[in-house]
Design a protein around this ligand. Structure first.
Ligand SMILES: Nc1ncnc2c1ncn2[C@@H]1O[C@H](COP(=O)(O)OP(=O)(O)OP(=O)(O)O)[C@@H](O)[C@H]1O
Length: 275
């Protein structure tokens, strides 16, 4: 079966910095894939090449059976590639509903009542119905992250790219987000999720990849990838005994509100500012 997303031989460098080198990736319809990798590995750049925000130096991006490599971002969005950004930047002066309505109409190509209905449904799904008339600029970080997912979903994607949506959240907030991503997956939307909060990914994805130096150095089921000596060395700088990745809640359940999420890899630039 043709993959929903197929990246073939992607190359991208910024001067001496290599962010993609002969990168291949196939994502099936409805598949949930996680991507980890150290800061600066090129994860967000990879999303930008998929969404059309960044042009690769070489290689091909195919989506839903079509070569979209030379198509601009808005066309890729209409084709079914939705994305979130690491640092949410909603239209601060507009309401939450208006923000999502813009995505449904400009991104999703819906008009009038259909766009309004899509916006209302997505807000309900993302737990933001009660905040619909609030100005986006007044939202908490968790609500901003939810709004970021809602804006991506409102475009009606077949593939949703999630860029560090759990970053900076407390443990209970991360778990709420994991539930939301579970509902997105249940709709049949394929998900590719870049995340430093590893346990959130482990709960949510079928497959995990590790990006480093512009190449995927590991690809497989999450437990196997997280036990890979190369991955452990990259992240933790020592042997496998340095980390255990829980597949369930830590003993005693999740931390009460306020505690930072456990099992987080180093904070990404911009998260603190966004908080
Ligand atoms: N437009 C650009 N011009 C020059 N360098 C860039 C540009 N965009 C990204 N880079 C550099 O490319 C490298 C990869 O950046 P990218 O944001 O893709 O990494 P990342 O894996 O998402 O990192 P993080 O986990 O910190 O978010 C970094 O060294 C970054 O400084």
């Amino acid at each position: 079966m043709t993959p929903l997303l197929q990246l073939s031989g992607l190359d991208k460098r910024f001067g001496q910095v290599v962010v993609a080198e002969a990168l291949d990736l196939a994502v099936a319809e409805g598949e949930a894939v996680g991507i980890v990798g150290p800061n600066g590995a090129g994860k967000s750049s990879l999303f930008a090449m998929v969404s059309g925000d960044l042009k690769p130096d070489a290689g091909r991006v195919a989506f839903d059976g079509e070569d979209v490599t030379s198509r601009p971002a808005h066309q890729r969005c209409r084709a079914g590639i939705g994305r979130t950004y690491q640092v949410p930047r909603p239209f601060e002066g507009m309401t939450v509903f208006e923000n999502v309505l813009v995505s449904a109409s400009q991104g999703g190509g819906l008009h009038g009542r259909a766009a309004q209905q899509q916006a209302a449904e997505v807000l309900a799904e993302c737990g933001l119905a009660g905040a619909a008339n609030q100005r986006a600029g007044s939202l908490s970080l968790l609500q901003r992250k939810r709004l970021e997912v809602a804006r991506g979903l409102a475009t009606g994607p077949k593939l949703l790219l999630l860029d560090e949506v759990a970053g900076g959240l407390t443990e209970p907030e991360v778990l709420e987000l994991v539930e939301l991503i579970g509902r997105v997956k249940a709709r049949g939307v394929a998900v590719v999720w870049i995340e430093h909060v590893v346990h959130a990914l482990v709960k949510s994805v079928d497959r995990l990849l590790c990006l480093a130096g512009g190449r995927f150095i590991a690809d497989g089921d999450p437990a196997t990838v997280l036990a890979d000596p190369q991955v452990l060395e990259l992240y933790f700088g020592s042997g496998p005994e340095a980390v255990t990745i829980p597949d369930e809640e830590p003993a005693g359940g999740p931390a009460e509100g306020g505690a930072p999420a456990s099992q987080s890899l180093p904070a990404a630039p911009g998260e603190e500012a966004a908080r």
